[in-house]
Design a protein around this ligand. Structure first.
Ligand SMILES: [Zn+2]
Length: 100
């Protein structure tokens, strides 16, 4: 009996681990400026002619995306396990990728 249950548990754990490192994502807060830039990219990419957008916020007030007047909704998602480069703030207040 144990010889059946144990390999099944290992396979389930391995499948969960692969899902976690490959496709599990969580919502990440962004700034209002980044949401505005992402909205302008959506307008250019999708030929959207709408003029209004609304930031999508969490309960604590942090911006996580935007919703366009046309119905397009974007939320910033980031993989749970990622090797993103560290970011440092440049002197002009813009985020700049860390150069090493
Ligand atoms: Zn739109």
């Amino acid at each position: 009996m144990l010889s059946i249950i144990l390999p099944t548990l290992y396979i389930a754990f391995a499948a969960y681990f692969l899902w976690l490192i490959s496709s599990a994502k969580h919502v990440t807060p962004i700034t209002l400026e980044e949401a505005k830039v992402l909205w302008s990219i959506h307008r250019q990419k999708d030929n959207c002619r709408c003029r209004k957008w609304v930031p999508v916020t969490r309960r604590n007030g942090s911006v996580i995306g935007f919703k366009c007047e046309c119905g397009y909704k974007y939320t910033q998602k980031k993989p749970v396990v990622s090797r993103a480069p560290k970011t440092v703030l440049a002197t002009n207040g813009l985020k700049k990728p860390f150069q090493s």
